[in-house]
Design a protein around this ligand. Structure first.
Ligand code: DC
Length: 212
């Protein structure tokens, strides 16, 4: 059995970049589980299903059209907020559970990033990282990714969106964002992308040994 690496953390913490880099370093397949919730959110928006209609959202998630993972709207701010809303529905989480657990159970190992990987999807993962950064630093990163759109007012809007998403993801009853007891905290507030990736790979090597 290859190792399972769980990477959790809030929006724009750098967890996706770190998960992709770890997958590449160790030659493991990678699943961005946030993309699954985003795809359900997009399907719901297009089918005009309300973000709190658990049974209808659960049906959409069970029959998820995986081509939505390639949709240009998957990464929009609107889809992100909607994903944060629909992910509070237990029916949605239940419908996406088996796919994620099967991905984590591949014989060769896997890297998954999300909010509940270390706590719910892969509680026995060989390595759990909880990646975070100060909210204002995360907001600034996301705003720069968007080409600094809207100037300082744009930055304030992104910061408000991130705060709203953090609150929703942490406060929901079903599998809230929280650090697993046995996770290693990686705070990227004062690290640039390369430094954060290097630190994550060092931590992984110290726990798992070098890539074989
Ligand atoms: O990682 P992301 O920003 O693409 O995630 C979008 C939303 O999906 C996030 O705000 C909460 C939800 N999500 C979740 O509830 N559980 C996961 N494992 C991954 C994402």
């Amino acid at each position: 059995m290859g190792p399972v690496i769980a990477v959790d953390g809030p929006a724009a913490s750098g967890k996706g970049t770190i998960a992709r880099a770890l997958a590449q370093h160790f030659g493991l397949p990678h699943l961005d589980t946030g993309a699954l919730y985003r795809a359900v959110a997009l399907a719901a928006a297009r089918a005009q299903v309300a973000t709190d209609d658990g049974p209808a959202l659960g049906r959409l998630a069970s029959g998820l059209d995986l081509s939505l993972l390639e949709d240009p709207d998957l990464r929009s701010a609107d889809t992100a907020q909607r994903a944060s809303c629909i992910s509070a529905c237990p029916e949605v989480r239940q419908a996406l559970l088996a796919f994620q657990r099967d991905f984590a159970a591949q014989a060769g190992g896997a890297v998954l990033d999300g909010r509940d990987i270390g706590t719910v999807i892969a509680p026995d993962a060989e390595l759990k990282l909880f990646v975070t950064a100060a909210p204002e630093v995360r907001a600034r990163r996301r705003w720069l990714e968007l080409g600094a759109a809207g100037g300082l007012a744009g930055l304030a809007a992104v910061a408000a969106e991130i705060r709203a998403r953090d609150a929703r993801d942490q406060d929901r009853a079903a599998a809230p964002l929280r650090m697993a007891d046995d996770a290693i905290l990686l705070d990227t507030t004062d690290l640039d992308k390369d430094m954060a990736v290097r630190r994550a790979i060092e931590l992984a090597i110290s726990r798992l040994g070098p890539a074989s």
